[in-house]
Unconditional design. Sequence first.
Length: 231
Amino acid sequence: MTDEPEGGSRLYRHTERMRVVTASGADLALLDAIVAHMTAQVGKPTHVIHELNGEAPPNIDVHVIPPIDEPVITLFTTGMSDHLMTLPPEVSLPRRAELILRLPEGWPISEEALADPRTGWPFRWLRLLARIPHRYDSWLAPTHTIPNGDPPRPLTDDTKQCCMLTVPPICVEDAADVVSSPSGPIMLLSVMPIYEAEMRFKLERGANALIERLSAAGIDDVVDLQRRSVC
């Protein structure tokens, strides 16, 4: 179902209806196109964290680009774009997408850190978000907000941020937020954590109003769990 507050953003509520996605193996052409694009735009990934557990497909891998020109670790997914998203008829966007999440330099990425809820949540959230379109026959696009439960709970015990906002990535050039591939265009979406008050402000006043406030406060898409709320 959907709700649309007057003057605000449309709210999509996922139901329990789930679509079965069959495991058909990774699309290597898509993988190569995404990695080549991110390498050209941001830098070469030094390693990839493969998904080895028993989660339902698609399998989501997370690639890690170390700090290069700025003190930021860039994560990006592959595997999400192996399957098409289901877009509303009125929406004209690529039906394939991958996600980007940027962490401050020094964020631990050891096996122990990945298993620790305080430092491993970015990787779990990238995989959770990447599966939403396929599990719920749905889609992700810029300015979507995804709460951590209902009511929203903090992402980890050292922050009150409890929702995720998808935005156009700022780590790539303006015209490079779509990857060309043999299977069609792939939309890149950056993911950033926000506070519940910011999510509610966006739903009431619209995404542009929230983004203007974030920009005015000098807040970008690099994770900062202790920043002040702009609402």
